[in-house]
Design a protein around this ligand. Structure first.
Ligand SMILES: Cc1cc2nc3c(=O)[nH]c(=O)nc-3n(C[C@H](O)[C@H](O)[C@H](O)COP(=O)(O)O)c2cc1C
Length: 186
């Protein structure tokens, strides 16, 4: 079995919905399992047991939620010390309300999390523009769920955005399955 850990933070459930759609995509790939964990409950053991890790955060003041950062600092740093995640697959996603249209800080949020995955030596899966729904639900860094409409009404993430998240899960599961047990780095 290929295990894909999805660690998210949420207050208003939009990031959770994105995480659940990614999990559905993962589960649709044969022999792949999704483990969905809120950042407050995710542990070091969850991390090192995973073949792939996906970090998802709401945009808070232009960057990632502190709970995700706490998971990175408290759990990922230990894995960094032991080279435990090198060569495993990593990816990210984010939600924001869309201040500034594209979302003030959604790109920085995802890039910041990707930086953490790169620091761990992980193989990063982007979101290719060929992904169905890409033009409304993503950036090359990963799916982006905008939870407010252009008038800033809090309508929640749309089915289109959730569909992009689902495809991201499929891509990551396929990559993790293909790379499981393959030694890439010396
Ligand atoms: C403290 C705080 C700061 C926020 N800062 C931003 C921001 O900088 N840019 C943005 O687009 N949305 C911002 N938002 C809105 C959230 O990112 C957005 O509502 C998101 O969908 C919430 O995800 P959740 O439903 O999983 O909690 C902020 C929300 C909170 C609570």
């Amino acid at each position: 079995m290929t295990n894909v850990l999805i660690v998210y933070a949420t207050d208003y459930q939009n990031t959770l919905k994105m995480a659940q759609s990614i999990a559905a995509g993962v589960q649709s790939v044969p022999d792949c399992a999704a483990i969905l964990k809120a950042a407050e409950t995710a542990t070091y053991d969850d991390l090192i047991a995973a073949d792939a890790v996906i970090l998802g955060s709401p945009v808070h003041m232009g960057s990632a939620d502190w709970r995700i950062k706490k998971f990175i600092d408290s759990c990922c740093s230990g894995a960094w010390m032991k080279d435990a995640m090198i060569g495993k697959v990593g990816a990210v996603f984010a939600t924001g309300s869309g201040f500034g249209n594209a979302g003030g800080g959604c790109e920085l949020t995802m890039l910041g999390l990707l930086n953490n995955l790169a620091e761990l030596g992980m193989i990063i899966i982007p979101l290719p523009k060929s992904t169905p729904g890409y033009t409304t639900g993503g950036l090359q860094w990963g799916p982006y769920g905008r939870s407010a409409n252009p008038k800033m009404d809090p309508v929640g993430v749309t089915e289109d955005m959730l569909g992009v998240a689902r495809h991201h899960g499929i891509h990551i599961a396929r990559a993790a399955k293909a790379l499981k047990g393959v030694k890439i780095f010396g």
